[in-house]
Design a protein around this ligand. Structure first.
Ligand code: BMA
Length: 327
């Protein structure tokens, strides 16, 4: 499993673009953020795990809120003076891993929510990043939702990642797949279909999930994913027993029928190699959550690194399309 990030991917030399030191309130791990261009600025909603750190790490002690940052160039970020969203009730413990999609001037935030009765994926809408109206929360166990930025054949569409515990053989235990659902109004979801089973993801021996919300190109919808390889040795982490390598991957979905995978990266798009990707709360973790295609043809890929930092890599759209369409 000696994979290498392809040469056409350029890590931003100033990585990480966001970490706890840039946040003006209690913060420990800043990662798994969502990104969009909104009202002439770049906006980022990030996950902040706080309440314990590397030295005093203890399960159950940590809390999570979502923070907000703005940027003029998508590279240099200004974090606002307080978190923008936190849910903490007896039933719903926390929201995390936001992904942003702008549709008709509103920003939709897909999120994961840990609850007393399982992990639920949901969609909220905001116009000011102060008030978030929840439109839909799926039954457990489901998360990693991402919304397409427009209706397709008259319906909204999302990718998602259920976590089925029954019906998976021992060989494919914890091999979760990418599914899709459709909706007339972003509130009611159905017509669910399997898009990519984990066993069809090259270089993967465990689960996969949607990464950034899909980006439209003339050849198809470009959709980043994460995928996991379990290894039989322990990786650096703040807790014992961490043995999963998270890679960034990419697939191309048919424009008219996004349930059809028409291209897939044969090797990982992003391999944990840099120090900030290999060393942190969970080392060797890359978790893409945002992708912006600039008019110049530059693609900005944003990803959580080691569950501790937020990082940026860029590439040319043509290189990325060649990579995902190679036979
Ligand atoms: C997944 C989620 C992500 C996290 C990743 C690696 O299951 O919990 O939030 O980044 O594991 O720890």
């Amino acid at each position: 499993m000696n994979y290498k990030t392809p040469d056409f991917i350029k890590r931003y030399p100033g990585n990480p673009i966001l970490d706890a030191s840039k946040v003006p309130y209690e913060a420990v791990q800043i990662f798994n953020a969502g990104f969009a261009k909104y009202n002439g600025k770049y906006v980022c909603v990030f996950r902040n795990d706080y309440g314990r750190g590397k030295e005093d790490f203890e399960w159950g002690k940590g809390k999570i809120n979502l923070g907000l940052a703005f940027s003029d160039d998508g590279v240099n970020w200004e974090v606002t003076d307080r978190p923008c969203w936190e849910i903490h009730t007896e039933e719903n413990y926390r929201v995390y891993d936001p992904r942003l999609t702008v549709i008709d001037g509103k920003c939709y935030v897909c999120f994961a929510m840990d609850t007393a009765h399982g992990v639920r994926g949901g969609i909220a809408v905001t116009e000011d990043f102060d008030k978030f109206d929840i439109l839909n929360i799926a039954v457990p166990e489901n998360r990693n939702m991402v919304l397409f930025p427009e209706k397709i054949n008259g319906l909204y569409m999302r990718l998602e990642r259920p976590m089925p515990v029954y019906g998976r053989s021992a060989k494919f235990k914890e091999s979760f797949d990418i599914w899709s659902s459709k909706s007339p109004d972003l509130r009611y979801w159905g017509d669910s279909e399997l898009v990519l089973p984990a066993e069809k993801m090259p270089c993967c021996n465990s689960k996969i999930g949607p990464g950034a919300p899909p980006v439209k190109t003339q050849y198809g919808w470009l959709a980043l994913t994460h995928f996991v390889n379990k290894v039989d040795y322990e990786l650096p982490a703040w807790h014992d027993g961490w043995n999963k390598i998270y890679y960034g991957g990419v697939m191309l979905l048919d424009l008219e029928n996004p349930n059809k995978v028409i291209g897939i990266g044969k090797t990982p798009l992003l391999v944990p190699e840099a120090e900030y990707e290999c060393d942190g709360f969970r080392g060797h973790t890359i978790f893409p959550g945002g992708m912006i295609l600039e008019d110049s043809g530059e693609v900005k890929i944003y990803y959580g690194a080691a569950d501790t930092y937020e990082a940026l890599a860029t590439c040319d759209i043509n290189d990325l399309l060649n990579f995902v369409m190679q036979k």
